[in-house]
Design a binder for this molecule. Structure first.
Ligand SMILES: Cc1cc2nc3c(=O)[nH]c(=O)nc-3n(C[C@H](O)[C@H](O)[C@H](O)COP(=O)(O)O)c2cc1C
Ligand code: SF4
Length: 578
């Protein structure tokens, strides 16, 4: 497919970044000329993404994950050891330019923390000894790829009748079946199965596909959102590592149904190590005649797929920011004049679905909507993947039938003294252990309207400091806000300052009120879902753990230091005014 030159911008930046660890002045000028842009525009793109740098990042660029789960599993010890062993301090390189140390939020390995990326290869379950060995090997120029860990899949549970997502799959079978059913038949099956988007908004998949199918414009595109940036979420990583064929087949199915000829997998920069796996699976599909001209032998259906790397930006998981990034621009969310199904990639009709959604679509057509609907509960048919991490003995992937209670899940993962449970990452809802009999379903937990919910469950025990957890979340949102709208840019900053007051025992009841008010302002006035959901966990926590928050208030507070009111303070001097 002929895409405009600008769509190659991210790949060109990656090439330069990887070849010598940064992008220099001359290269910026060359890119500007090559793409017919101003130098400032190129700088604007570079500065948007965490993994593109304008200064050298060392022969070995190390990104250490600073998510809250990592923090609880020994992040500080690893951070200190890395500084000691490399001679670099975080945020810079050592004097010799060998090691660059950087912090990054969640790299999709919450089930094996502490973890880090070195030259974008994964290193998991780190401890001080492992770090010492590692750095000494790197000093001897031993190849990073020969040292890295291939992350375990940690698939811990499947329904009693057997796994749906992870069972064997024969490429092409679903496409063949779809060709027999016709496009209306595919839509009907997805509708009967009540499949809804697993990226977190739970919008009915069939409706999205029909909307794209009914657009007058061509060409049309299929985009897979493999950005998986919500801290604590890693189900898409495991799906892509174990069953990339079911993702490709789901994209083919969508392409066939909506009349598209091209698909793109937008893969988060943190999963760069997974790219060869996806590329190989795509190539195998091409070789088998399932991708390319007359895909799967279906006359008139030519479909191909490529992988596009992201470069470290959580907001690029938001579908319109993702489109901007695909087009080689800063990943700033678009104003919502159009849905992507109307004007998406290159302003053409585009279906964007999550990895799990495409994989589920494949399985639904494979097994039939009737068999799918026998799983789960009425109103919530089928199965769901959960990413479980935190204070439990068995972190990993749980494929559950919808309707399982939190209590059952906690037992399965051998949770240790659970107290505070974060459902769906920092932008989700938190519950207290008192709510453990609530059900994970479309009718209760996970699919609430105001919450984006990819299906992660982070467990925190009583010893964990809830304010510190919330501070970690607010730091995350502050760093990841694209800054284009004020409520999100300023709000995340203010919330963090207030939480710091609470953490330092200096907050008063008015601070708690302010926190809530700011949360509501951000929810109601932010442009995109990042700002709208950034205070969800805080607002829910303040409601669910009222006693805890009250216990954190300034003990000395007597109502006098509530606010300094200049007018009231100067009132008595008004009479002296001339
Ligand atoms: C800040 C933000 C981050 C998001 N991150 C992701 C993500 O990593 N993966 C994903 O599939 N959807 C993510 N979404 C949701 C997407 O915008 C979109 O709804 C989803 O990709 C649609 O696919 P689905 O219908 O299959 O869920 C995010 C939304 C927001 C606001
Ligand atoms: S809400 Fe935040 S991330 Fe979203 S557009 Fe506004 S500033 Fe950017």
């Amino acid at each position: 497919m002929n895409e405009p030159l600008r769509t190659q911008m991210m790949d060109r930046l990656w090439e330069l970044q990887l070849s010598h660890g940064y992008i220099n002045d001359e290269e910026v000028s060359n890119l500007a000329e090559e793409f017919n842009l101003s130098g400032i525009e190129v700088e604007g793109v570079i500065s948007f993404y965490h993994f593109f740098h304008r200064k050298p990042t060392g022969k070995y660029t190390i990104y250490l994950n600073n998510s809250i789960v990592a923090d609880h599993k020994g992040f500080n010890r690893i951070k200190d050891t890395l500084e000691r062993e490399t001679g670099a301090t975080f945020g810079s390189t050592d004097r010799t330019g060998t090691f660059g140390l950087f912090l990054t939020p969640c790299i999709g390995l919450s089930d094996q923390e502490p973890s880090a990326l070195i030259n974008f290869q994964p290193f998991t379950n780190l401890n001080a000894i492992k770090i010492k060995d590692l750095i000494s090997n790197l000093k001897r120029s031993i190849d990073v790829e020969s040292l890295c860990d291939w992350p375990a899949d940690n698939i811990r549970y499947a329904p009693p009748g057997g796994t749906v997502f992870f069972r064997d799959f024969i490429p092409g079978t679903v496409l063949k079946k779809a060709a027999k059913m016709g496009t209306d038949g595919v839509i009907e099956e997805l509708k009967n199965a009540e499949l809804s988007g697993r990226g977190g908004a739970y919008y009915p998949t069939w409706k999205k596909w029909v909307a794209a199918k009914n657009q007058p414009a061509h060409p049309r595109y299929v985009v897979c959102n493999a950005d998986e940036g919500e801290p604590g979420t890693f189900k898409d990583r495991v799906l892509m590592n174990t069953k990339p064929e079911t993702l490709i087949e789901g994209m083919l199915l969508c392409g066939y149904t909506i009349g598209a000829n091209f698909g793109i997998i937008y893969l988060r920069g943190e999963y760069r190590w997974l790219k060869p796996k996806l590329d190989n699976a795509i190539e195998a599909y091409r070789k088998a005649g399932l991708l390319g001209k007359i895909s799967g032998g279906i006359q008139g259906f030519d479909f191909d797929i490529r992988v596009q790397m992201g470069a470290g930006s959580y907001v690029c998981g938001e579908e319109t920011a993702l489109l901007e990034s695909l087009e080689g621009k800063r990943g700033e969310p678009r104003t919502k004049w159009f849905f992507p199904v109307e004007k998406g990639y290159l302003q053409q009709p585009t279906v964007i679905n999550n990895v799990e959604t495409f994989c589920a679509a494949t399985r639904i057509i494979e097994m039939g909507s009737e068999a799918w609907s026998q799983l789960g509960i009425p109103g919530s048919p089928g199965v769901k993947l959960l990413s479980v991490s935190g204070d439990c003995r068995l972190p990993g992937i749980y494929e559950i039938e919808w309707g399982m209670t939190v209590a059952e899940l906690l037992e399965l993962c051998e949770a240790e003294d659970p107290f505070y449970i974060q459902i769906s990452g920092p932008s989700g809802e938190c519950i207290s252990i008192k709510d453990k009999y609530r059900r994970i379903s479309m009718l209760d937990l996970l699919a609430r309207k105001d919450i984006r919910s990819g299906g992660s469950i982070m467990i925190f025990n009583k010893q964990r400091d809830l304010v510190k957890v919330l501070l970690n979340f607010s730091e995350f949102f502050k760093t990841e806000s694209c800054g284009i709208c004020t409520p999100c840019r300023a709000g995340n900053f203010i919330i963090q300052r207030k939480l710091e007051r609470l953490d330092n025992g200096l907050a008063n009841p008015q601070d708690l009120e302010d926190l809530k008010n700011w949360g509501m302002i951000m929810k109601n006035t932010s442009r995109c879902g990042l700002g709208k959901t950034a205070t969800n966990s805080l607002i829910y926590a303040m409601d669910k753990f009222r006693d805890y928050f009250n216990s954190k208030l300034d003990k000395e507070y007597n109502g006098l230091n509530l606010k300094f009111d200049m007018e009231a303070a100067t009132e008595q001097y008004e009479q002296y005014k001339i």
